[in-house]
Design a protein around this ligand. Structure first.
Ligand SMILES: [Zn+2]
Length: 104
């Protein structure tokens, strides 16, 4: 069995069009989430890095995305196996698309 959580859409900016020197404005500039270990799962190996839906959500929201997940094992596979130890190496991955959110 797989498991996933769809990334929510980017929160709206407050105010929607902030002045350059506004105080207290909120503006989401990136997404971040982690991918869980497969320590207690069975089945097929799981891909590492951002998933297709992760990339789609970040592209749609026009933000860079950062995913913290396990490093592929074995090297070159692009996957981690099921029953993968929780303590194995992990790293940051970046979603495809933007490296910086456009200025609102
Ligand atoms: Zn993800």
């Amino acid at each position: 069995m797989g498991a996933s959580i769809p990334l929510p859409t980017r929160p709206t900016d407050t105010p929607a069009t902030p002045a350059p020197n506004v105080i207290g404005a909120t503006c989401s500039v990136a997404s971040f989430h982690t991918h869980t270990p497969t320590t207690y799962r069975t089945g097929f190996p799981r891909g590492v890095g951002p998933s297709g839906p992760d990339n789609n959500a970040d592209t749609s929201d026009q933000v860079p995305g950062v995913v913290y997940g396990y490093t592929e094992n074995p090297v070159g596979s692009g996957t981690i196996p099921m029953v993968h130890p929780e303590t194995d190496p992990a790293q940051r991955y970046h979603s495809t698309g933007l490296t910086r959110r456009p200025t609102p």
